[in-house]
Write a protein that binds this ligand. Structure first.
Ligand code: ZN
Length: 265
């Protein structure tokens, strides 16, 4: 299995990385598309209100703010009467690119959490690998799927937007539009919810660089306001544009300071 993993990483052009965190203290180096971290901590396989899934292809290490945030979200979701959250990728033990071309998730400041809040049982080991997250979005991408969407999904997104240290949450544009059209009362948190490609079955939670992490580069802040405007409509206009051939993506090299992190015993 190890040999297979090494061969796979070599094939992907990714250096075989250690499967243990680099020793602390916490040190986050780089930005959203290329970086690493030392001092990562691991999310437990399950806890109050959450279960991890796809263990063979996901990685559950992250900065303490991220891991604490997921555990807090599980607790708050449980207290709000929502079903267990399914948590997928956080980051590898030392960050860097994840296998499978996942560009973000390099700093230990990102986590993918399923949006399905229906009641769940404790998954068996096999189910953890095979369970699929249902899409909240209609096949035509222009609205949410009433078969899966419920106001409780909006409750989950509201809870996630209130986590300490959270920077933004990426979801499909149809989900953002649903919030824009239906959330009443406090709407200030809609600013944290950003439309992005895919993300119809899970949300991507991104945390800001923790205080004192001077080698960690934040994403520029999102604009003020709810962004329930032309910038959201743009995503739907794209659905009418014929798809362009995907440009090859050449990932940026890791910052030089990541070598010490990756090589640390
Ligand atoms: Zn993600």
């Amino acid at each position: 299995m190890l040999r297979l993993a090494v061969a796979l990483f070599a094939m992907l052009g990714v250096a075989a990385a250690r499967d243990t965190p680099a020793p602390g203290p916490l040190h986050i180096v780089g930005g959203a598309s290329a970086g690493c971290l030392a001092g990562a901590v691991r999310l437990p396989a399950g806890g109050d209100g959450f279960q991890t899934i796809h263990l063979s292809r996901s990685s559950f290490w992250g900065a303490p703010v991220t891991i604490a945030g997921i555990e807090e979200l599980g607790k708050e979701a449980h207290a709000a009467g929502l079903g267990d959250l399914y948590v997928e990728d956080v980051a590898r033990p030392r960050g860097g690119p994840l296998p499978g071309g996942h560009v973000a998730h390099q700093l230990g400041l990102d986590a993918d959490v399923g949006l399905d809040v229906s009641p769940k049982h404790a998954l068996t080991a096999t189910e953890r690998e095979t369970v699929e997250l249902p899409s909240m979005v209609r096949a035509d991408q222009r609205g949410v799927d009433p078969g899966h969407w419920s106001p409780q999904v909006a409750t989950l997104l509201h809870l996630a937007a209130g986590l300490p240290g959270v920077d933004r949450i990426l979801v499909n544009a149809a989900i953002k539009k649903q919030l824009c059209d239906t959330v009443q009362g406090d709407r200030s948190w809609l600013r944290m919810i950003r439309p992005w490609y895919d993300h119809s079955a899970h949300m991507h939670i991104h945390f800001r660089c923790p205080a004192g992490q001077h080698d960690c580069v934040d994403i520029p802040p999102q604009p003020a306001g709810e962004s329930c405007d032309a910038t959201l409509q743009w995503w739907f206009d794209q659905l009418d544009v014929p798809p362009q051939p995907a440009k090859p993506y050449h990932p940026p090299a890791l910052p030089a300071a990541c070598k010490a992190v990756m090589d640390a015993p």
